[in-house]
Write a protein that binds this ligand. Structure first.
Ligand SMILES: *Cc1c(COP(=O)(O)O)cnc(C)c1O
Length: 456
């Protein structure tokens, strides 16, 4: 069983342990916590908090590590960054400059990826519910591949492509019915999940696709889930994919592309992160001999460790009857949703060196939003902090800012990119006025409120 260890007192990794496996972060006596060569306090001084900070250097280092792992096995693999993990143009541009393509799941992400300079020929479109408008847009720009997730979607795409006078390059996304051993909300490869085409219908549907006008089947795709740190689920899924390739080719049909999905996990707490070398080996072993073009769709592994969220302790609230106190941060679930959505654990490190070295204590770390789920850490072991202390929440580069909302009329936080000793604001903090800039009040609402003939 792959269950997360139960949260228990006193077993959280220390500040030193967290820093030891995060090479872009370091603690300095004077400057405090530094990302690449930029003291995070300087950013918080200039912009306030909460503020997201992305490390361009970390994005590059991790991309190169991943690409090198596949090169070492002698495989040419296209790396399509899963845009939903972090869709900021600057993030996409840094990855595009390294050679990344994109995996998108909406028309908006397609536009974003292209606006960041990723050519349509390096973009793959995934997702269970593409609309006609999204299909049209993808075909018109000449997208590399559409990953079709159902027989119904295939029929619709055929109609749309014919009407456009175009041919849709299609990979069928297969649901291998493999348990990725990850959190239920991020498992996608079980037969009971909404994703993909049932394994036992794949060969039939592929043959059908080959006969449909407007459809050009190019291969198969698979994505079994997220935050996967063990290789066995991948191996099982890829072995099943290989069996399908043989079965389809036995029908005299061509399979040229195998899209192996994303999902490689990172170390949030004390997990061993998914190793690119191990993933490359799994793909090489199971699929390497099939003479296809290979692709992967990593999101979290590339972007997660590249981002932090800076926040300030608003106040320290005494706990009931000797229970741990609450540290109330100025960041909340509307900024970083993962803890409330997935019970996710994020490392928390004080920005000041002296604070980071303070005596440890048990605390609850919460945000100010009016939901009990607005909790960043329950019973956490952290250095003693008072109101005004600043912290960095670690590993927020993926599924962080992209999931933010303005719940409780909280403006979207500012975003910064760090690169070596440089840093720049890559998105201004939203203003409160911008929150209702698109609101309008219908005339008849005013009419019902005003007494008739009233002189207001
Ligand atoms: C979310 C998603 C990914 C990326 O998953 P990560 O866990 O971030 O690597 C890749 N492919 C598809 C189809 C997805 O939906």
């Amino acid at each position: 069983m792959a269950e997360a260890p139960p949260p228990c007192r006193g077993q959280d990794p220390s500040v030193a342990a967290l820093l030891a496996v995060r090479p872009a972060l370091s603690m300095h006596a004077m400057d405090g916590l530094v990302l690449e060569d930029v003291p995070l306090n300087a950013i918080a001084d200039a912009l306030g908090t909460p503020t997201w900070v992305m490390s361009a250097g970390t994005l590059r280092t991790r991309y190169r590590h991943l690409a090198a792992a596949f090169r070492a096995t002698g495989q040419a693999v296209s790396i399509h960054f899963a845009v939903k993990a972090n869709d900021h143009l600057a993030v996409l541009r840094v990855l595009a400059a390294e050679g990344a393509g994109a995996d998108v799941v909406s028309g908006g992400e397609l536009r974003r990826a292209m606006a960041a300079g990723i050519p349509a020929g390096r973009i793959v479109f995934s997702g269970v519910g593409k609309t006609v408008v999204e299909m049209q847009a993808a075909l018109r720009v000449g997208i590399a591949q559409i990953n079709v997730e159902s027989a119904e979607e295939l029929e619709l795409l055929s109609i749309v492509a014919q009407a456009e006078g175009l041919e849709a390059p299609v990979a069928l996304r297969i649901n291998p019915d493999v348990d990725a051993g990850t959190h239920a909300k991020i498992t996608t490869g079980l037969a009971t999940n909404k994703f993909g085409i049932p394994y036992n219908r794949a060969v039939e549907l592929y043959a059908h696709a080959a006969s449909l006008p407007g459809i050009r089947p190019v291969g198969l795709a698979m994505h079994i889930g997220s935050q996967i740190v063990r290789m066995q689920p991948y191996r099982t899924a890829y072995a099943r994919l290989a069996a399908l390739v043989h079965a389809i080719r036995a029908r005299g049909l061509k399979v040229d592309v195998l899209d192996c999905g994303g999902g490689l996990g990172i170390s949030y707490r004390d997990e061993t992160e998914g190793a690119p070398e191990a993933l490359a080996a799994a793909i090489h072993t199971e699929l390497g001999g099939l003479d296809t073009h290979l692709a992967i769709e990593p999101g979290r592994w590339l972007a997660g460790p590249a981002g932090v969220l800076l926040s300030t302790v608003i106040l320290r609230k005494r706990g009931y009857d000797g229970m741990p106190p609450f540290l109330v941060l100025d960041a909340a679930m509307n900024d970083l949703m993962r803890p409330s959505l997935y019970d996710a654990w994020h490392g928390i490190i004080p920005l000041a060196a002296a604070t980071a070295a303070a005596k440890e204590e048990q605390v609850h770390v919460v945000g100010p939003v009016c939901e009990s789920g607005d909790t960043f850490g329950h019973d956490r072991t952290l250095p003693h902090m008072e109101a005004g202390a600043r912290v960095a929440l670690l590993d927020c580069g993926a599924y962080g800012m992209v999931m933010s909302s303005t719940y409780n009329a909280r403006p979207l936080a500012a975003q910064v990119m760090v690169d070596g000793s440089r840093w720049a604001v890559i998105r201004e903090r939203q203003t409160v006025e911008e929150l209702w800039a698109a609101d309008s009040i219908p005339q008849w609402v005013n009419q019902t409120l005003l007494p008739s003939g009233g002189g207001l």
